[in-house]
Structure formats: C-alpha cells, structure tokens
Ligand binder design. Structure first.
Ligand SMILES: C[S@@+](CC[C@H](N)C(=O)[O-])C[C@H]1O[C@@H](n2cnc3c(N)ncnc32)[C@H](O)[C@@H]1O
Length: 214
C-alpha cells in the first residue's frame, strides 16, 4: 500500500518540532547556499526545503516530485508557484535533493528508485543515521527513536517500511562519494553532499545544539 500523508501533512512540521525542534530543518537547509541552479527535490513534503531554497536563491530552477496530494497542498499554501513534476518527466539537473526520502525504502527499493533519477552531478541527503552515532547519544537510544518513528508513520500514513536502508553503502556502491557532511545530535542526523567520481576526503561540520546552519 502506498503511504498517505492525508492525516499528517498539515501537522507534519508541528510534530517534527515537538521532538526535534529545528534540527531537521537545519539538516534540510544545510547546503542550500552552495547549491547550483538546477535543483530537483524528490519527496519534498510540505515545502520547507523549497521555501528555504527559494529564499536563498530566488532564481533557482526548482522542480519538485511529490506524489502525495495532501503534502502538495500544504507545500502550495507555503509557496504558491511551485513546479511539481512526475519523476519520469523531471529534467536533467545539477542536484537531486533527498531529504528524509531514502528512509521510505528498503535497500533493493532504494536502488530501483535511484536508477530512475534523471542525470545529475550532486546528491544531497538529509536523514537519520542511528548506526553512526558518536559519543553523546547511545546507539541503542538512537535505534529506539527510529523504531518509534517507523511505528508512528505506520499508524499515521500506512508506511510499511520498518527499518532504514544502508544509505551510505548504497550510494558508495553506486560510485558516489560523500564530500561534505553536517552532523547534529551526535551523528544521528546528517546532511550529506555527495559527488560522483571524486576521491578527496569528507569535510565534516559538527553542529552544536544551538548554532544555525553552515
Ligand atoms: C518522510 S517524508 C519527507 C518529506 C520532506 N522531504 C522532509 O524533509 O520532511 C517522505 C516524502 O516522500 C514522499 N514520497 C513517498 N514515496 C515517494 C516516491 N516513491 N518518490 C518520491 N517521493 C515519495 C512522501 O509523499 C513524503 O512527502
């Protein structure tokens, strides 16, 4: 069954802030000021990445793939002139943005999803990485939080996925390199900037609990 955000779309930002305050939005907007012109945001949700991008780059060429009607409606209320497309119709672009989207898929589904993307040079990922927490947050606690979130999404949207795919391994196996990473919550939350066919090491920025995006 395809998940439906009908019950959640309007309350999505509020629910998120209840647990994470502004950490997820900082993750979504981590690399915005460095993004090139042609951007495809997939699974945009309620429009908060688009809003931040267009505020920073009013002339950005932004296309959005968002299959859920309720999410599209909330996004349009936020920014009336958004350009929604089907994935198959999306134009080649400079950057594909995947904020909290790969976590909808298992490993095989994630590969099939990535196979469908139009030509692009950069991938931005924002997501949870409970296996990579460092220091402050115990891995078990991070895993429990993920378990609770999947149960919450199962109840409210009908999402059937039950665990995160190995995002880093998936992208590395496809010849992508994470060259920049912005970390919050002890590595639980990561914004990642991926490029293809490069070998220089990752530049990592660790955000404290209270400072703004890079
Ligand atoms: C967990 S929400 C994340 C929303 C938003 N990107 C954010 O940062 O909060 C996942 C979003 O992906 C959308 N989605 C679900 N299946 C998708 C698919 N196959 N392709 C693209 N988007 C999809 C959902 O409708 C939903 O808006």
């Amino acid at each position: 069954m395809k998940p439906s955000y009908r019950l959640l779309a309007r309350a999505y930002a509020t629910c998120e802030r209840f647990i994470f305050w502004d950490a997820l939005q900082r993750c979504r907007s981590a690399f915005i000021k460095d993004l090139p012109q042609r951007c495809l945001s997939i699974g945009e949700g309620d429009g908060r990445f688009a809003e931040a991008l267009l505020k920073a780059h009013p002339d950005a060429q932004l296309e959005i793939v968002e299959p859920d009607e309720a999410m599209r409606k909330v996004a349009r209320q936020r920014i009336p002139n958004l350009s929604f497309v089907q994935l198959a119709e999306a134009k080649p672009c400079d950057v594909v943005v995947l904020n909290f989207v790969l976590d909808l898929f298992n490993e095989d589904e994630a590969h099939r999803f990535l196979d469908q993307l139009p030509d692009h040079e950069i991938i931005i990922v924002g997501d949870f990485f409970p296996e990579e927490v460092e220091g402050k947050i115990p891995r078990k606690l991070a895993g429990t939080l993920i378990w609770i979130m999947y149960r919450f999404f199962a109840l409210t949207t009908g999402l059937e996925t039950k665990e995160l795919p190995p995002t880093r391994r998936i992208l590395e196996s496809r010849d992508w390199t994470c060259i920049r990473e912005q970390i919050q919550w002890g590595g639980f939350l990561r914004a990642q900037y991926w490029e293809r066919h490069v070998s220089f090491p990752v530049k990592r920025t660790v955000l404290n609990w209270s400072i703004g995006p890079e």
